[in-house]
Design a protein around this ligand. Structure first.
Ligand SMILES: [Fe+2]
Length: 479
């Protein structure tokens, strides 16, 4: 599934926030551990200093093993005990240095298992520092018979300013660790809450920012889709940021320019089609005129058949029309019929016009005109049906015609139509040897030839045309 721009941006923000917050949290915990430790140590030293400040240095300095339990001893003991009871410390006691790094207990306030006067105290660097007059706290825990501790040591001074003893306060290691752990947990909780809050705010903010980008883009896509379908009615005015507005303006300009160019193309197309139509009709007219002139030239060879081709063409077109041919096919048969006798160009004029009976050779010349005509028209490739009219118009439906002697539906339809029209015109026109035959004779000849000489379908159409022609107008007119 493809990710949307908004989901990508929000995911990116979430990942960046998570990583940066986690790093911040870890760094902060590391630093805060050191700070927490210092703070705890400072608090421990404060308590030790407070306790040491409450003790009379001269009294502490004069205490010996024999003084244990004396009034002076108990006075100091009670003071130290107050700190043990009220502060977070585990043990509070006083120490004195025996020299050469040896330290011993003088007073221990532990109620359960107190150390005796003179018992050895565990040496630490901090204790040694305090013995030289500066309070200090253990940096690492030490272990003695009471457990593992961090201790704070504070010196007590006598009236002459010498160190009279050291007050120590012990904090168990577990307490110290627990302080660190709870502080760390608190920090992690705060960081998690901040992370969650930042995430929620960021997602809301980025949703709004991303919407400002994606909404105009979506609208631009919809409008561009319409442009693609050719609908330019809608303007690409989608608003949004400066960049988006710039893009939409550019696309809008592109669409307008496209629209202008399309209008120009359409107008060129209209002009061109009009031109083509005009030229085509001119060409067709020219062709018909040329064919007409050619037909006149053929007819002119025979002094008695003037206008024959033109009339056969008219009759053929009428038969085709009544039979149900389209206008285009009617025009085609008209031209075909105009040229049906084109082969007569190759027959000598004296043979065509001979008033007396023809010799066998002369008749053979006449009978050659269909084939000759087809050969001439064979070169007109754009109208392949032209030659069929010329070649087969003397074939007979019942067989026995010429030049091929074919019959029935083997004779092309146009030739069967022309055959009827040709015979009708021959009978209804004047000839060198006779006048035009009476209409009734023509009619009965066509009727007689149905199925033998003519296709009965086209013969019937011709008969209906004769029957409608009450005044016998459909024939060669006398000049
Ligand atoms: Fe003919």
């Amino acid at each position: 599934m493809k990710k949307t721009l908004s989901s990508r941006i929000i995911l990116l923000i979430a990942v960046v926030l998570l990583i940066s917050n986690s790093l911040l949290c870890v760094v902060s915990i590391i630093f805060s551990r050191a700070t927490i430790k210092k703070n705890i140590q400072k608090r421990m030293l404060d308590i030790a200093n407070c306790a040491s400040g409450s003790i009379n240095g001269d009294a502490l300095a004069s205490l010996t093993a024999e003084d244990v339990g004396s009034q002076e001893y108990l006075k100091i003991y009670d003071t130290l005990n107050i700190f043990r009871n009220n502060a977070e410390v585990e043990y509070v006691y006083s120490i004195k240095s025996e020299g050469r790094g040896v330290f011993v207990f003088t007073i221990d306030t532990d109620p359960d298992a107190p150390a005796a006067y003179g018992d050895r105290v565990e040496y630490t660097d901090a204790l040694n520092t305090a013995a030289h007059g500066t309070g200090a706290v253990d940096d690492v825990p030490y272990e003695d018979s009471w457990g593992r501790f961090f201790s704070a040591y504070s010196p007590v001074f006598d009236s002459s300013g010498d160190v009279a003893g050291i007050i120590a306060v012990d904090f168990p290691e577990e307490w110290f660790d627990q302080q660190l752990v709870s502080e760390t947990i608190r920090n992690i909780s705060i960081f998690s809450a901040i992370l969650l809050g930042t995430l929620i705010i960021s997602i809301f903010v980025s949703f709004s920012v991303v919407n400002d980008i994606t909404q105009p883009l979506k609208r631009m896509t919809d409008i561009a889709q319409k442009y693609r379908e050719g609908i330019f009615s809608e303007k690409m005015d989608v608003g949004g940021s400066v960049e988006i507005a710039g893009l939409s303006e550019a696309l809008s300009g592109m669409a307008e320019s496209l629209q202008d160019k399309m209008a120009i193309l359409q107008s060129i197309q209209v002009t061109l089609s009009e031109e083509v139509e005009h030229k085509t009709s001119e060409n067709e007219m020219l062709m018909v005129q040329i064919v007409q002139a050619l037909a006149d030239a053929i007819d002119a060879k025979d002094v008695y058949t003037k206008g024959h081709s033109g009339r056969v063409a008219e009759y053929s077109r009428e038969i085709a029309k009544r039979y149900g041919y389209s206008e285009k096919k009617q025009d085609e048969i008209y031209v075909t019929a105009l040229l049906h006798d084109v082969g007569k160009i190759g027959v000598p004029d004296e043979v065509i016009n001979k008033p007396s009976k023809l010799t066998d050779e002369e008749f053979a010349l006449i009978k050659a005109h269909p084939k000759l005509g087809a050969d001439i028209l064979d070169n007109i490739h754009s109208m392949p049906n032209l030659k069929a009219g010329a070649r087969y118009h003397h074939e007979r439906f019942g067989g026995g015609g010429y030049p091929d002697g074919i019959s029935g539906k083997d004779i092309p339809e146009q030739a069967r139509i022309i055959a009827v029209a040709d015979a009708y015109d021959a009978m209804s026109s004047n000839r060198s040897y006779r006048k035009a035959l009476p209409q009734s004779t023509v009619r009965s000849e066509i009727e007689k030839g149905k199925g033998t000489q003519f296709d009965p379908v086209f013969a019937d159409i011709m008969l209906s045309m004769i029957d409608e022609d009450k005044d016998y107008n459909m024939r060669e007119k006398d000049d």
